[in-house]
Design a binder for this molecule. Structure first.
Ligand SMILES: NC(=O)c1ccc[n+]([C@@H]2O[C@H](COP(=O)([O-])OP(=O)(O)OC[C@H]3O[C@@H](n4cnc5c(N)ncnc54)[C@H](O)[C@@H]3O)[C@@H](O)[C@H]2O)c1
Length: 276
């Protein structure tokens, strides 16, 4: 198995299986950081720049290609379909699965059935801001993985944003519900602010611009200052002012505190269901 490269060296060669929204976002981040010649397996992509190669069918995977890491980014529902073809590669390199819900035990058992009983599977839950190097990826390494394999994953994932590790696999469900799905909650906020701005009589282009800029500016402020979100919220909220009026609606017990809690718990439950 390959050992991790130094941070200044190119990202070592990857076999990326599934290059849709998430696989594509990670690939964009890796390409921007410098990626050693790699192979992408996806029948819907024909725009991957040389020297990287795209293969449409698993049967056409180049047998002489030795990846440092196999990144599994197909839908969880496709796991049974894709894993058998990966068994020969999994004898040489660990698998980093970003599939929501799919457990190390389930993936390892499927690879064993496909003739690779010694496969090492590490789980990661990235998010789409990885495309611009602003991702948040949380990983879980099972006891069978080596320090070198963990360091390799850290090297590859830190190229596309921040990384963290959990010690219990079941924590990946909560991670999925917060940072994996979370960008969608923020994008929904931008959509809704734009819609209401337009409904209140703003020109649609202006409503769109101020909603987007408010979300991105608030995100940058939270990132750069490191100040607690609650304190940043308080700094916007003048006593008796407009924000307080809005927050009295949003923070009512049956409003955002309950709704968001229910939403995140629903996502976490769904992650658990996707395991099987
Ligand atoms: N979209 C996200 O924000 C996000 C975040 C974290 C994790 N994930 C995980 O990433 C995985 C992919 O999700 P997505 O949103 O990118 O889905 P997607 O549908 O956009 O991408 C899946 C890709 O897999 C390809 N594919 C389908 N069958 C295949 C096969 N047999 N072999 C190889 N490739 C095949 C498809 O052509 C497609 O491009 C999922 O497991 C999901 O849980 C997604």
């Amino acid at each position: 198995m390959s050992s991790p490269a130094s941070p200044s060296a190119p990202i070592p060669p990857l076999l990326l299986v599934g290059c849709g929204q998430m696989g594509g976002a990670m690939l964009a981040g890796w390409l921007a950081d410098g990626l050693a010649p790699s192979v992408v397996l996806d029948r819907h992509r024909d725009d991957i720049p040389a020297p990287h190669r795209v293969v449409r069918d698993a049967a056409d995977l180049p047998r002489d290609f030795v990846p440092s890491l196999i990144v599994l980014a197909a839908k969880p529902q496709k796991a049974a379909e894709v894993l058998p073809a990966l068994a020969p590669f999994a004898r040489q390199a660990p698998i980093l699965s970003v599939m929501a819900g799919k457990t190390v035990g389930g993936l390892t058992a499927a690879l064993a059935d496909a003739g690779c009983p010694d496969a090492v599977v590490i789980r990661a839950m990235p998010n789409t801001p990885s495309a611009i190097g602003q991702g948040m990826t949380v990983c879980y390494t099972p006891p069978g993985a080596s320090d070198a394999q963990r360091a390799l994953c850290e090297r590859i994932l830190s190229a596309i944003g921040d990384t963290a590790w959990v010690t219990r696999e079941e924590q990946m469900d909560a991670v999925t519900a917060i940072s994996g799905s979370g960008p969608a909650y923020v994008f929904l906020l931008a959509e809704l602010m734009e819609q209401t701005g337009t409904a209140l009589g703003l020109p649609p282009e202006l409503a769109r611009r101020i909603a987007r800029r408010t979300v991105s500016g608030a995100g940058a402020l939270i990132e750069r200052t490191g100040v607690d979100a609650a304190e940043l919220r308080r700094r916007v909220t003048s006593p008796g002012g407009t924000t307080q009026q809005a927050l009295s609606v949003l923070m009512a017990p049956d409003a955002w505190p309950t709704t968001l809690d229910r939403a995140i718990r629903a996502a976490s439950r769904r992650a658990r269901e996707l395991a099987s």
